[in-house]
Ligand binder design. Structure first.
Ligand code: NOJ
Length: 491
């Protein structure tokens, strides 16, 4: 084992890589999101979103005061981006629609034709190059007007989102066959409305994140039903959701730590997946939050309740699961449970940490634990009856955007190997993989200091010049051969 570890440090980790071919129809792709790459924040009629507002009024929110005003300038350089996607030879490109570019005030009564045209052009360019568009309807950039009306914690948002989703299906649905309603609701609910570390920066831990999630789940379900009834018969596409989680490894093999692992996965992933794939919130969430809420003096649980009709309405509303996963953490039951502490972290009664020995990326939460992805996929298979799954994000960050990105290459190879192992040994139903991200871009509060791109972007040049990193060649080769090693055996 140590021998293998040394090999992995010295060179691409061939010794441990799976040597079976990926199936011919396995989709390889790459991804971006609107606020992180587009720029043109106020051009051609685009409305203000919550990130525009937050970072203009509070520049200290991000490292170096970086923001998405210009970022990669993809709004003007989308053809160049598509050329890079084409050069990679991927099957698909995952990107998101900026709600405020299409609907400047968030409502469907005022459509910005220039914004609509931008996405039509992008989709046309992708299709012309034989690249399947995978479209995220919401990737964290809520129109500011809707935040002023209450944002995700307000129940009004459900219908606003449903109207917007219907409009997207009708505008772009002839050419889009894979829709994702939301990207990582756990992150934007927890950080946006609980901890206050993402836009809109609201600190209401213990209540805000649960209200946000409740409305996201209803909005997701409504969009799926709209598609099912009004669009599927003619457009024949699929609607899923993108959820994120780490793998949570029990700190020891004790029964308590094993339970802590399951509990943590329920609190992070089951929070969204359970209502959609099984119906209602996980029991452990309902129990813990109810118990702690009452002990804190609340009359009812801080976790909102679904009615029996709502449980049925939300259940079964994903044609596929999009999974974003990068890291693992160790877990054990939380030793000191201060009953007054507020937040879903405390409600889970589990504590988590990174092992110091695990290799790290630039992002403080990114550790290189490829062994975790197989365990996670196996857990999802067992928990949700083996849903059709696409890895919608996975990738590696460094600080300097080096072109000689061997750490990224190792990361991608090893995680793909873990996925291939899980397909082979556990029979998990994974049909695709998507590298985060096409080009270095605005990594939210970390600004331009955490670089995930397959292509480097020179943020000092007005042209935002893109340059291929070494990982481009390696990924091209994996896609061409459908294989992680020099010589694969057929699957
Ligand atoms: C999560 C988000 O979906 C994406 O916006 C972000 O840049 C990457 N993963 C890396 O943090």
């Amino acid at each position: 084992m140590e021998y293998l570890y040394i090999l992995c440090l010295l060179a691409p980790c061939y010794a441990t890589l799976n040597n079976k071919k990926f199936p011919d129809d396995f989709m390889f792709g790459t991804a971006t999101s609107s606020y992180q790459v587009e720029g043109a924040w106020n051009e051609d009629g685009k409305g203000e979103n919550i990130w525009d507002r937050l970072l203009h009024t509070n520049p200290n929110f991000t490292v170096n005061g970086d923001n998405g005003d210009i970022t990669c300038n993809s709004y003007h350089k989308y053809k160049e981006d598509v050329a890079l996607v084409k050069e990679l030879n991927v099957t698909h490109y995952r990107f998101s629609l900026a709600w405020a570019r299409i609907l400047p005030n968030g409502h469907v009564d005022q459509i910005n034709e220039a914004g609509v045209q931008y996405y039509k052009n992008l989709i046309t360019e992708l299709r012309a190059n034989n690249i399947e568009p995978l479209v995220t309807i919401y990737h964290w950039d809520l129109p500011q007007t809707l935040q002023d009306e209450g944002g995700w914690p307000s129940s009004d948002i459900v219908d606003r989102y449903a109207d917007y989703a219907r409009l997207c299906f009708s505008l772009f649905g002839e050419d889009v066959k894979y829709w994702m309603t939301f990207n990582e609701p756990k992150e934007f609910c927890l950080q946006g409305y609980g901890e206050g570390t993402n836009a809109p920066g609201i600190k209401e831990s213990g209540t805000g994140e649960y209200l946000c999630a409740h409305h996201v789940l209803k909005a997701h379900a409504k969009a799926w039903h709209i598609y099912e009834e009004e669009f599927r018969p003619t457009q024949n596409g699929q609607v899923g959701i993108v959820l994120d989680t780490n793998w949570y490894e029990p700190a020891t093999d004790s029964a308590e730590d094993e339970i802590a692992s399951d509990t943590k996965l329920q609190f992070v992933f089951g929070w969204y997946a359970h209502p959609i794939f099984k119906g209602d919130y996980p029991e452990v969430m309902k129990n813990n939050i109810q118990r702690r809420s009452l002990a804190q003096g609340y009359a009812v649980s801080r976790l909102p309740e679904f009615t029996p009709e709502e449980i049925e309405y939300v259940k079964g509303t994903a044609d596929f699961l999009g999974l974003n996963t990068y890291s693992s953490m160790l877990v054990q039951p939380r030793k000191y449970t201060d009953v007054s502490a507020m937040g879903s972290e405390y409600d889970s009664e589990v504590e988590e940490w990174y092992d110091d020995s695990w290799p790290k990326g630039a992002s403080p939460w990114l550790v290189v634990t490829p062994w975790g992805i197989q365990k996670l996929l196996r857990w999802i298979k067992n928990e949700y009856n083996n849903p059709r799954t696409i890895i919608t994000e996975n990738g590696y960050s460094d600080y300097d955007g080096t072109l000689d990105d061997v750490d990224r290459i190792n990361y991608i190879q090893q995680y793909l190997s873990g996925i291939r192992d899980a397909m082979d040994e556990d029979g998990v139903n994974v049909f695709g993989y998507t590298v985060w991200t096409l080009i270095d871009n605005l990594e939210w509060v970390f600004g331009f200091t955490n670089k995930f791109g397959l292509y480097n972007v020179d943020f000092n040049s007005p042209n935002r010049t893109r340059t291929a990193k070494k990982s481009v060649g390696v990924y091209q080769n994996i896609i061409r051969t459908r294989c992680l090693v020099d010589d694969c055996i057929d699957s």
